[in-house]
Ligand binder design. Structure first.
Ligand code: ATP
Ligand code: SF4
Ligand code: MG
Length: 325
């Protein structure tokens, strides 16, 4: 059987912000990953490590002081070099459904959620006629657990959690092949987190050609729906792992990923000591070294992502015999 091409293929993606005075912020460095049809990849990592910048690069939404390098192929289209007209007309909403990290900023402030949903349903699905539009908008709201009695409200009249659900409803309307969800569960209680990520997963499963890239702080949500996990630290992807192995008996192999899991209240509840480095002043070697228990002299050389982990001394892989023992 021939393997189907990935929905998204990211190769050597880097983003630099140029600041006055010549300072450069290395927000994303040499990201390299695919998202396959039918797959959900969860991108995790501490605040400020470059997750949203990576998402903005894919959507052509970086500010003017950003420079990009590498490739990000969505089918034949390189998202990094596509012109704004192509991105606005054919990519955002149609080929990439976005659940933004700050939904309130992405919703149109002067229009009700109902009218925004109806407009999107008309534009992306070609639905016509008042009754049909109303019904399609209400179905879209229902999918994202957006309460029907709040449909006639404006974005400023919604809580953060409700704005989040409105944004999710809008992102699902177009049936885009790639869903890019940046913290889609912020401000939601556990039940709604589960319901939201399940709906994102269903969106992928409903059509074998779709894929989901979900950025999240919520490791329980990642464990619930992801097939693979990408861990980012100081702008680099340091581990790319099968989700079952990552959350299961194997556990993560990069010391930083281990630390993230061990910080969880239902695990060791031990925070990683220290703070991430400044992205404007990264060391030549491993950026995690000052916080790492496994560091040695070798770690002054940059570890590259070979196989699934970018580390000179990864936690050993467990074998099936170790698991049985
Ligand atoms: N326009 C900009 N100019 C300079 N630096 C920027 C700009 N936008 C983002 N950054 C920096 O890029 C880095 C990565 O930011 P990003 O928003 O991607 O983090 P994140 O991983 O999404 O964090 P969070 O989990 O808090 O959302 C941060 O250090 C941020 O300050
Ligand atoms: S390369 Fe060295 S410092 Fe970096 S995570 Fe691995 S062991 Fe720790
Ligand atoms: Mg972010």
């Amino acid at each position: 059987m021939t393997e189907r091409p990935p929905v998204l293929s990211v190769r050597g993606l880097s983003v630099r912000f140029l600041l006055p005075g010549g300072r450069r912020i290395a927000a994303v460095t040499d990201a390299h990953f695919d998202v396959a049809p039918g797959e959900c990849l969860a991108l995790i990592g501490e605040s400020g490590c470059g997750k949203s910048v990576l998402a903005s690069a894919l959507l052509g939404l970086l500010p003017a002081n950003a420079q990009t390098a590498g490739r990000a192929l969505l089918g034949d289209l390189d998202l990094l070099t596509a012109d704004e007209r192509t991105l606005a007309r054919t990519v955002r909403g149609r080929r990439i459904g976005l659940v933004p990290q700050s939904p309130a900023a992405h919703l149109t402030p002067v229009r009700t959620i109902r009218s925004q949903l109806e407009e999107t349903v008309a534009e992306l699905r070609g639905v016509r006629g008042r009754a049909a539009l109303r019904e399609a908008a209400e179905q879209a709201a229902e999918r994202a657990a957006f309460p029907p009695d709040h449909l006639d409200r404006h974005p400023h009249e919604l809580s953060g959690g409700l704005a989040q659900r409105a944004a999710t409803a809008l992102a699902l309307v177009g049936g885009a092949p790639l869903l890019l969800a940046d913290e889609p569960t912020t401000g939601l209680d556990r039940d709604l987190v589960d319901r939201t990520v399940d709906e994102l997963r269903r969106h992928v499963d409903a059509d074998g050609d779709r894929a989901l890239l979900m950025i999240t702080h919520d490791l329980a949500a990642a464990e619930r729906v992801a097939d693979r996990v990408a861990v980012m630290y100081a702008g680099r992807i340091v581990e790319l792992a099968d989700a079952q192995a990552f959350f299961g008996a194997q556990g993560p192999r990069h010391p930083y990923s281990r630390g993230l899991l061990e910080a969880l209240p239902d695990r060791a509840f031990t925070p990683i000591p220290g703070l991430p480095p400044e992205l404007g002043d990264l060391p030549d070697g491993c950026a995690f070294a000052p916080r790492c228990e496994r560091t040695t002299g070798a770690c002054t050389t940059l570890p590259l992502l070979t196989g699934s982990v970018a580390c000179h001394h990864p936690v050993p892989a467990v074998t099936s015999e170790d698991i049985r023992a």
